[in-house]
Design a protein around this ligand. Structure first.
Ligand SMILES: [Zn+2]
Length: 156
């Protein structure tokens, strides 16, 4: 039953990164099914992320379309971390041309921003250009090997 729900939730993508489902993003923290009612708990990624209301509405829609009664709750109970992005999600990010976030437990805050692997050549010959990319959750880098800029999903 829950697998079926997760399958439905996998069709809901991050509005900023259309290749990444909310399940792979790690924002779905709990799913409870009772008869036809599905309780979904979501945790916000970046504080003040304007996409959260949109994601909530999309989750509700996806469940309704499949005949369920959604109850979506946004809660900070389990704080989100970029480490919650699944391996599948990280692979999708990379394919999309966005460097996946490095494991936040391995670096200090300062080091982590300076650590980026180019999604094109897989090398670390990179330089942080701006900690603020086109959206809050991305930082801008330059790869000296490819001589091209790329974005990294910020580790949190
Ligand atoms: Zn490169």
């Amino acid at each position: 039953m829950e697998k079926k729900i997760l399958h439905i939730l996998e069709t809901v993508k991050d509005p900023e990164i259309p290749v990444l489902s909310l399940v792979d993003l790690g924002v779905i923290t709990e799913v409870n099914v009772q008869d036809n009612t599905v309780l979904v708990k979501m945790t916000p990624t970046f504080v003040g992320c304007p996409a959260m209301d949109y994601m909530k509405a999309e989750v509700e829609n996806a469940l309704k379309i499949n005949g369920y009664q959604p109850q979506v709750e946004i809660t900070f109970e389990k704080p989100w971390s970029s480490d919650l992005i699944s391996e599948k999600g990280k692979a999708a990010l990379k394919k999309y041309g966005l460097a996946p976030p490095p494991d936040s437990k391995l670096f200090t805050d300062l080091e982590i921003l300076e650590t980026a692997t180019c999604p094109r050549c897989n090398q670390n010959n990179t330089e942080l250009k701006s900690p603020f990319g086109p959206t809050l959750c991305r930082a801008l880098y330059y790869c000296h090997t490819c001589k091209e800029a790329f974005e990294q999903f910020k580790p949190v």
